[in-house]
Unconditional design. Structure first.
Lengths: 435, 319
């Protein structure tokens, strides 16, 4: 058969167009044929290798216990996770289940994108969780997700750097945690002992981690939202104390100038490169730090002021409102928060449980198990009234308000009182805008 | 059509009979149709892709810009409210000014440096193939990867450039915490990324200029500078026009390098329109307002292109 150049080009075009379009993500992905009676749920998440392995084990166990149930794990990079999920929600083909940080949970729950789990959860289900964890997945007094795990920031330190400044011991119990004044003294000692291009510490408030600044606010016994979770409450003595304390890190050269909240250099990188002696960090960093660092390091508690406090980090698992199998989705969410599954996930991924019983009995990290009590102790300082504020449906806007204002305050451009007023105005605007 | 007939004389006559005019027209018509069809077949993939990924989103963005929407469900029509808000939004004007400044700095510099490199590498230079490859290499790297290299170079604590400056005894530069220095770092990385492309286009333009023109100019007594100014530059008019439009559009759309290197900071010193639109649309989920920023960007770029198109005398020059 003769094939002319024109026929060849036309044929090639016809063949390549569908491939091209599919490559752009336009064509739907082909699902494997499902058996008759099989109910399939799509579960979209990001995760480290150990987190994804933990999810895979939980899925296998759930499928074994529920004949006809199939969970497809769709792993995506964190950077694309929420633009993808948002686009899928807008297009009407969202995953059945997805993973979401607590600070982003309210954006979905408050806009009717998530499944209200109340009808599907057994009575007393909430009793398994700590009050702070359960409060973080509430919207309009109903649960729209399950608190899968949490994390909070403690302080990691470079032992040699502290030793060289004559700091040979750090707090080993929560009650002995440094006060703000003691931390300032430690930082000043390090500052005096170190060369100018090394710093006592680095704070992990970059990007959406700006919510970790709230640890200081909670330690001062302050709030950023009132009890009604709408009106700003940051213009207070506690707010002023937290802002003054954190701004002093920059004024006193306790942190590098590029440790500001919008910096492209993360605090962990500053510490890894030994530019800082200490770093605020969640437990999730332990496996990577263990594998990467060639210096001796340890962990101690975050400081306390009026009380101990910490950010309620970590992630919830949620089902979408339009899922075709709400019962199955709710059953899976309940399953992954049972004691066996949560213990397995948290121990292997170095994360903290949200269950009361596991908090009380404790867990042991697979990597650096001796550090688990530090982070569990720190997590115990998080109160329900702290975590419920972060679940605000307007948190994404509040995060931007915090970023803009804290950045200016830390750079010394705006005074404390002016910054607090500006944050309060921004929060009021964010919470009053149409949902 | 050829036909032979025998008449009274024995000499055969050859008559070339013209084809019936209707058949000829029919054949010409069908050829035209086939050609037209082939043309459309070649165009269809482009039209479909452009329509789907460019024109439909543009129209959609314009529609969304008249709405207040958080991205979920149906937005609420608010008329010109988003555009009115732009007028009184200081961060929008700051981002617009930064974008304009970035364009005004990067466009002439990348074109000038590209032209200089092209002239140099068009001459008899040892290992010019190697130098050309080195300059073009950044084009093969994605914007995000380029920006990540930029972060390594300009890291204020232990970046490569800081170490070099310290080694030669120069003072530290606050590349990440100082507004001016951060802006400069964005410009430098963009130039590193873009000069190779400008050089490539100019090099192609230079190689199309016949050597006899230079010989004639030399015979007329033109020196090297006069030859460059009066022969090279005018004859590179189409290349310059193409690069000017492209550089301005690229500069107005700068995103990845700023997003990765500075995130628009410190204190919005490097915030540009696209990073502001992204933050507004995907971080604070104010998608109607973000779409309005995008539409303004589109209009500015469009107006510039039209004005430049109408005022350019060199755009259609071909040798």
């Amino acid at each position: 058969m003769d094939v002319s150049r024109r026929n060849f080009l036309v044929g090639s075009g016809a063949i390549s167009l569908p491939l091209l379009v599919a490559g752009c993500g336009f064509a739907p992905q082909q699902s494997p044929p499902a058996n008759v009676g099989t109910k399939t749920l799509m579960f979209t998440t990001w995760g480290t290798d150990s987190e994804l392995a933990g999810f895979a084990r939980a899925i296998a166990a759930f499928e074994d216990m529920n004949a006809g149930a199939k969970i497809e794990l769709n792993s995506v990079p964190f950077g694309q996770m929420f633009t993808n999920v948002d686009a899928q929600l807008q297009a009407g083909n969202p995953p059945d289940i997805f993973r979401v940080p607590y600070y982003a949970f309210g954006s979905y729950a408050g806009r009717e994108q998530l499944l209200n789990l109340s009808p599907y959860l057994e009575s007393g289900f909430s009793d398994r969780f700590t009050d702070a964890a359960w409060a973080a997945v509430q919207s309009d007094e109903a649960p729209y997700g399950v608190p899968h795990h949490t994390d909070t920031s403690a302080i990691l330190f470079n032992k040699a750097a502290l030793d060289s400044a004559g700091i040979t011991s750090v707090p080993t119990t929560l009650d002995d945690a440094w006060s703000w004044e003691e931390l300032t003294q430690v930082a000043a000692t390090l500052r005096a002992a170190q060369p100018a291009d090394s710093y006592p510490m680095a704070y992990n408030w970059q990007g959406n981690g700006v919510t970790r600044w709230l640890s200081l606010l909670f330690q001062a016994d302050g709030r950023f939202l009132n009890e009604n979770l709408k009106d700003p409450a940051i213009e207070s003595n506690a707010g002023a104390a937290a802002l003054e304390f954190s701004s002093s890190f920059f004024r006193n050269n306790f942190v590098p100038p590029n440790n500001n909240v919008k910096s492209a250099t993360f605090a962990s990188d500053t510490w890894y490169s030994q530019t800082s002696a200490m770093v605020w960090s969640g437990a999730f960093a332990i496996p990577d730090a263990t594998n990467t660092l060639d210096f001796e390091w340890g962990a101690t508690f975050a400081p306390r002021n009026e009380r101990g406090g910490g950010d309620f980090g970590g992630n919830a698992l949620v089902a979408t409102a339009e899922t075709a199998h709400p019962e199955l989705a709710a059953a899976f969410l309940a399953f992954v928060t049972d004691d066996t599954q949560m213990r397995d996930f948290c121990q292997t991924a170095s994360l903290l449980p949200t269950r009361k019983d596991l908090r009380e009995s404790g867990i042991t990290f697979d990597v650096r198990p001796e550090l688990a009590p530090i982070f569990l102790g720190q997590a115990s300082t998080v109160r329900a009234e702290d975590s419920s504020q972060v679940a605000s449906p307007n948190m994404s806007k509040i995060i931007t308000v915090l970023q803009d204002n804290l950045e200016s305050a830390f750079a010394g451009s705006i005074a404390t009182a002016e910054t607090l007023t500006s944050i309060a105005d921004g929060i009021a605007q964010a919470t009053s805008s149409a949902e | 059509m050829i036909s032979g007939t025998r008449g009274d004389n024995a000499v055969p006559r050859v008559v070339i009979a013209p084809p019936p005019s209707s058949a000829r027209a029919q054949r010409r018509g069908s050829e035209k149709l086939r050609e037209g069809l082939a043309g459309w077949l070649f165009l269809v993939p482009n039209i479909v892709l452009l329509g789907l990924f460019v024109f439909v989103p543009i129209v959609w963005a314009v529609v969304i810009s008249f709405q207040e929407t958080n991205g979920f469900g149906v937005g609420e029509f608010v008329g010109m409210a988003n555009y009115e808000r732009l007028v009184s939004d200081p961060l929008f004007w700051r981002s617009a000014a930064n974008t304009l400044l970035f364009t005004l700095i990067v466009t002439p510099l990348s074109m000038g440096m590209g032209l200089g490199a092209a002239v140099l590498l068009n001459s008899v230079l040892p290992a010019r193939g190697l130098f050309r490859s080195i300059l073009i290499l950044p084009m093969a790297i994605s914007g995000v990867a380029t920006a990540l290299i930029g972060v390594l170079v300009f890291n204020e604590n232990n970046g490569i450039l800081g170490n070099v400056l310290r080694f030669v005894g120069l003072p530290d530069v606050n590349w990440q915490s100082g507004g001016f220095a951060a802006f400069a770092s964005i410009v430098l990385v963009t130039l590193w990324w873009r000069v190779g492309f400008n050089m490539l286009i100019y090099l192609a333009g230079l190689q199309a200029i016949g050597p006899e023109l230079y010989e004639a100019a030399e015979l007329d007594g033109a020196g090297a500078w006069a030859r460059f100014r009066n022969v090279t530059v005018p004859l590179l008019g189409p290349s310059s026009f193409f690069l000017l439009i492209l550089n301005v559009i690229f500069s107005f759309q700068v995103f990845d390098i700023v997003f990765v290197m500075t995130g628009g900071g410190p204190q919005n010193a490097t915030s540009v329109l696209v990073t502001y639109a992204y933050d507004t649309g995907f971080v604070t989920r104010d998608q109607g307002y973000a779409a309005a920023i995008g539409v303004v960007l589109l209009l500015v770029t469009f107006v510039f292109t039209v004005v430049r198109w109408r005022t350019s005398r060199g755009r259609d020059l071909v040798e």
